[in-house]
Design a binder for this molecule. Structure first.
Ligand SMILES: *Cc1c(COP(=O)(O)O)cnc(C)c1O
Length: 499
């Protein structure tokens, strides 16, 4: 299976090259040239398998230059002991036709683990085979969840080092604690005096700094990225859409061939796009519901066909969805325009220059045929957390609550009774302050008292990955200016060399 670029359809690379390079040389995103197929017979066979077996099956369709043994070993290592016992992505049935797909049973309690536990297991072999002799240095700018998941994924992976930058004032206390206590000999974490955009701009500047790149190459280092535009982040996410469907089949909740809806709390459009790829393969999906918080650029886009990032940015209680440029939308545009690279390039250019692009009528109809958008604010999300707990004794995190609310609104508006899987993207314990407040409870000052309070209320044990941080020493207290990030990279790599 070969890959091409959304901005140049004549390009051909292997899956390994796509994953090692991260982004195409023309600035486009790597996409598969053709879509592997998934038939009703395949789904029936997959229904009888475990999650890891389903994962190997799906991955082997897209990642054709790894052997079946390599994929099986990577999948076992990824979803084995670092995940809580049992199914790594269990379905929880709230009532008939309404299911939550829990994607937060990994080591950092958010859905990013589903891909970031697997990608580091695939990358070193790929780098070697595609002729990369250098040590891979992963740079990450994070608003909270990605940084920690990438650190856990790459911790002590041979041939790699990872440096994470986070906005000093822009992540939650628990997220900061998760990152600054990170274990491992090949990791470092630095706070930035600035916001997430400053951190992201700084990382992009480092990637574009030819002088630094040459200096690093000379020392035997090659920069790479683990953010969600990397194809290696998307393909493990396709697995859980297919697996959820198979689980519904296996549990007798749906009949063979029956269509379902998926409702996805969305930021960078990576998660929901993976579902769309599953549908392209042949998964029976009627509609994707794209759920946003107050940063509702995608809701407007799906309603009007006009993407306009020139708007106020809001900080919300679902911070991982606080985003105005959804990078992975470029891959959907490529498909909506009939794989038209020139048109995709033009739209992305317009976005960069003016912050706006517009679909034509045909593209908009194609989009609306398969996607609906919806949004809600923090108060509505909090009400949903409370109502879901009262009605089902089920505790959901603020990101998941946005999706639950958007699904309820959609259902009321359209009367569409299609059975729906709502993706649950974080453990409620990761956002214990917001969840406690939503339930009308006092919010203790100390992070761990909060976990305990939530535990008492729900009877659901707090994840050991969070309670275990209580006595973990802070290893990375340092903070730097946004202009000093290049220096920080030099220091990180120099330091390790001296050892
Ligand atoms: C990253 C994240 C999202 C958004 O996912 P995208 O792939 O960026 O759309 C939603 N919820 C949580 C908890 C996340 O960490």
């Amino acid at each position: 299976m070969n890959y091409t670029s959304t901005r140049d359809s004549s390009l051909r690379v292997t899956a390994q090259e796509a994953i090692v390079q991260g982004i195409a040389p023309d600035g486009g995103l790597f996409v598969p040239v053709e879509m592997p197929s998934l038939t009703e017979e395949d789904l029936a066979a997959l229904s009888g398998m475990t999650y890891t077996q389903r994962a190997v099956w799906v991955l082997s369709r897209f990642l054709t230059d790894w052997t079946a043994e390599e994929l099986a070993a990577a999948v076992e290592a990824a979803y084995g002991e670092r995940f809580e016992e049992g199914d790594p992505a269990p379905l929880s049935r709230l009532e008939e036709g309404k299911y939550l797909l829990e994607l937060w049973h990994g080591p950092t309690c958010a859905f990013k683990d589903m891909a970031l536990q697997l990608l580091p297991k695939l990358l070193p072999a790929a780098a070697k085979k595609s002729g990369c002799r250098e040590e891979i240095v992963i740079l990450v700018a994070t608003s909270g969840d990605t940084g920690k998941a990438a650190l856990e994924g790459f911790m002590d992976v041979p041939g790699t080092r990872i440096l994470v930058f986070y906005p000093q004032e822009g992540v939650s206390r628990m997220q900061k604690r998760q990152m600054t206590t990170q274990r491992g000999d090949n990791v470092a974490v630095t706070g930035i005096r600035g916001n997430f955009d400053d951190a992201q701009t700084g990382v992009k500047a480092i990637f574009g700094d030819e002088e630094l790149a040459a200096e690093l190459r000379e020392k035997g280092f090659s920069l790479s990225s683990a953010n969600s535009i990397n194809w290696g982040r998307l393909v493990p996410q396709i697995v859980y859409y297919i697996s959820a469907y198979c689980q519904l089949l296996a549990d007798g909740e749906i009949a063979a061939g029956e269509q379902v809806n998926f409702c996805v709390p969305t930021g960078n459009f990576g998660n929901i796009l993976a579902g769309y790829y599953a549908k392209q393969m042949g998964l029976p999906v009627k509609r994707f519901l794209c759920a946003s918080n107050r940063n509702n650029v995608l809701t407007d886009f799906i309603a009007t066909g006009r993407y306009d990032r020139n708007r106020a940015f809001f900080t919300t209680t679902s911070p991982s969805m606080d985003i105005l440029i959804s990078s992975n939308l470029e891959r959907l545009l490529y498909l909506l325009t009939g794989k038209n690279d020139a048109e995709t390039r033009e739209k992305m250019d317009s976005l960069r220059r003016t912050g706006v692009y517009q679909l034509d009528q045909r593209e908009l109809s194609a989009l609306q045929e398969e996607f609906s958008g919806g949004c809600c604010d923090d108060r509505q999300a909090a009400d949903t957390i409370r109502q879901t707990f009262e009605r089902y004794s089920y505790l959901c995190d603020p990101h998941t609550a946005v999706a639950v609310k958007v699904w309820e609104d959609y259902r009321k508006e359209t009367g569409d009774g299609t059975k729906t899987v709502i993706l649950s993207t974080a453990s409620p314990y990761k956002f214990a302050d917001t969840v406690l407040a939503a339930l009308g409870q006092p919010v203790p000052e100390d992070d761990f008292d909060r976990l305990e309070a939530l535990e008492k209320l729900s009877g659901l044990p707090a994840p050991a990955a969070l309670t275990g941080l209580k006595d973990a020493p802070c290893r990375f207290p340092e903070v730097c200016g946004a202009g000093e990030m290049g220096e920080r990279v030099r220091k990180f790599l120099g330091q390790r060399e001296a050892q």
